[in-house]
Design a protein around this ligand. Sequence first.
Ligand code: ADP
Ligand code: MG
Length: 491
Amino acid sequence: MNTNKNQFISQQVIEDVCEWEIMHGVAFRQDDNTARHVPFSIAPITMERPVYSHLLAVTPLIAKLVSNVSEDHEFLQESLRDMAKADPFFGRLIELHQQAHGDVSQSDEAARQSLLLMRTDFMDDRQHGAKVIEFNGIAAGMGPFGQRATELHRFVKDQWNDVYNAWLEDDSAVPADNQALEQLAHGIATATNKVKMHFSALDDENDQQKPTFLMIVQKGEDNVYDQHLLEVALQNRGVRTVRRTFEQLSTQLSSGENKRLILNGVGTIDTVYLRAGYQYSDYWAPDLNEPICCHTLSQTRLFIEKHYVAMNATISQQLATSKSMQMLLTLMPAEDYARWGLTLEEAQLVKSVLADMKPISTETIEWFNSSADKKEWVLKNQGEGGGHCVFGEDISDTLTKLKPEEYDAWALMQRLYPHERDTPTIAIRDGQQTLVKDLVSEIGLFTAHYNGDAVTELSGYAGYLIRSKPASENEGGIHSGQGILDSLVLI
Ligand code: ADP
Ligand code: MG
């Protein structure tokens, strides 16, 4: 019997939906190898159709811009030099980039082919409209969970229609189609087959091997099911999938004919996909006792780039999707995007979704402390994966502690305040429900391009991920923070 006053939804529904999640792989791995369901919202968030259409139109243009910037090696070196001096991790990346594309003979230039799998994250600001939070070009995961969230809400709607309707904001709303898992798999499989065909055209090997996809993962990763969902979708498309850490790869890779990448015990590799490599610790191998930290494993990444494989993320893509590059592109006049093949109209569309950003200097700090409205800004460094943003009053403290040589690693960004959901929702975490009255959402749109060409069945667009959180929480990671998985309906 339900005697708890705080229960808005019957425990039966909650158990049913949590079990649906586990059955469909929407879970995190726990230390003891059991699975924990991903926290979710009982009903989707509403967006106005024109806002959504605008994002669908602009996101492939952002991908085109980033893709072309990422192949402009001279520009990457010049424009990110100062930031790379201020941030040791990016210092290392820019060095690797130089080794791949700088002072090398043509025969030694990185032969990797660019597979850009990107998630562009937006918040729909009440006053300014939808704006980019950040570009994710490396390890942009959770697409599979995004598609599953749409399916989960369909399941609630079909099976527990009263519950669904009770928590839906607008009865006339229609779910936004979401094929993120299938379309990302389609894009990766397409690129993988192209590499395979490149080698069969060279006719220098009589390999009967299936097209093969290598996912580079973190040691002890707990977000494995999102990754496995993608692997299964690839297997269904005839692609063999393997997983390795950088540390394992450091002793298992070799070169075949014509810059073919070979993995010990597996054979030829067509595609390499990084779900690791966006932080120093991914390259740290204590057992190797290195005089220079992280040398071996970052050279492993460079070694891969010297081969003919479809690759995401390339070092270049990682540089092009950095927060520092986001700031440079924001500060640049739209006309300058012509360098990367965008018409003025396309450039203006992209600019329409970029929120104000400011570099850090003595003057900015003075201005911020004396006259800025502190609630209107977020301070960020180059870190990825959560926990690197500073909000409100804490910004002044952090700015005061920065040494001038660290300034270029940081930037101020206009703080976005998304619409709060009109109808409260129920967040379900660890099988427990809580009422959330001020839910806000971040929408991530996935795109997939191979050497600049769209490789999804939706002109480069793949699908979306909605992460929601109470407005009072600054960062809403689903994985660590108070974030919940969500989906989208349109009015
Ligand atoms: P990360 O690489 O760590 O994901 P983000 O730029 O996405 O870095 O910031 C992490 C989180 O901080 C975002 O998901 C969002 O919740 C919050 N955040 C970041 N920038 C802003 C902003 N300009 N306005 C409001 N919230 C922001
Ligand atoms: Mg983010």
